[in-house]
Design a protein around this ligand. Structure first.
Ligand SMILES: [Zn+2]
Length: 294
């Protein structure tokens, strides 16, 4: 099976999970994965939980995270969700080639939805010369997200360890889309069958999407959860989560929504293609990845 392109259907919508590559999170740039992903987890409980996932914190020295964008093709629209990391690392910026392999032409994309302003989600907004990668698209973001990254607030409220890398990416990748930008501030349809869902916490205006057609539903949750363990322990936040309290509330809401509606779920950082279902019993959720055939 290719680990770059995965086609699936949501009702009448043709969808494609498209890899932008992977990025390795490891010291010295990042904390060890168990600390980076589960910053506030009580040590003993964490070790036990990691063990259940066949992870030994002493030997789990790097987190190789996929970056998974999404294309939704409807009768009228070709919609891309997030543009990947661009040239952030030698292993990222594969989106354009993988779109071409899927026979999707960047100029045919007429809507680009940006779930949030982190470098791995906006880094492909422009090419190496600073031109828009998707020149014919309207770009859609949550109002609070745009306001945060384009205001002084980001300078004062971001953790000093990540501030420079986050701000330099936002300053490079957000201004070019301003002329084609549409901001949303409530849970409304961006285009028929694609609804913006408020999922604030990971960033101030982080957005999820509910995609529905012919009674089938896909929830694109972006970075609401970064690792399957976050479904089981929604109170364990990651070092990059902006507002841990809000992250917890958002996770519970979105995961309950996914489980209740038996929606297919797409997680940006999960093993490719990032698709699965959420099962819920009582207060506990679990991730059930779809079976992919080779
Ligand atoms: Zn991300």
């Amino acid at each position: 099976m290719t680990t770059d392109i995965y086609r699936f259907q949501v009702g009448d919508f043709q969808c494609v999970a498209v890899s932008d590559g992977t990025h390795t999170y490891a010291p010295p740039t990042f904390p060890p994965p168990a600390i980076f992903l589960f910053t506030n987890a009580p040590r003993e409980h964490l070790e036990k939980t990691l063990g259940e996932h066949n992870l030994d914190p002493r030997h789990w020295t790097e987190w190789v995270s996929p970056y998974i964008c999404l294309v939704i093709i409807t009768d009228e629209h070709q919609v891309l969700v997030d543009t990947g990391a661009g040239s952030l690392a030698p292993t990222t910026g594969k989106l354009i080639n993988n779109l071409k392999a899927a026979r999707i032409t960047p100029k045919d994309i007429n809507t680009v939805i940006i779930t949030h302003g982190h470098p791995d989600h906006i880094g492909g907004n422009t090419d190496s010369e600073g031109r828009l990668t998707f020149p014919n698209a309207k770009y859609v973001m949550w109002q609070d997200e745009w306001d945060f990254w384009t205001s002084k607030e980001a300078e004062t409220k971001l953790d000093e360890h990540v501030r420079d890398v986050l701000l330099s990416s936002a300053r490079k990748n957000l201004p070019p889309i301003q002329g084609q930008l549409q901001l949303v501030s409530r849970e409304t349809e961006i285009s028929p069958g694609i609804k913006a869902i408020s999922a604030a916490g990971h960033t101030p205006g982080h957005m999820a999407l509910a995609v529905s057609s012919k009674g089938e539903q896909l929830l694109c949750v972006s970075d609401t959860v970064l690792h399957p363990i976050h479904l089981e322990q929604p109170e364990w936040h990651a070092a990059v989560d902006f507002d841990p309290k809000q992250v917890q509330a958002t996770r519970r809401r979105i995961l309950t929504m996914a489980a209740t509606e038996k929606a297919l779920v797409l997680c940006f950082h999960f093993p490719f293609p990032g698709l699965g279902h959420v099962s819920q019993s009582g207060d506990t959720c679990r991730w059930q990845p779809i079976r992919t055939t080779s």
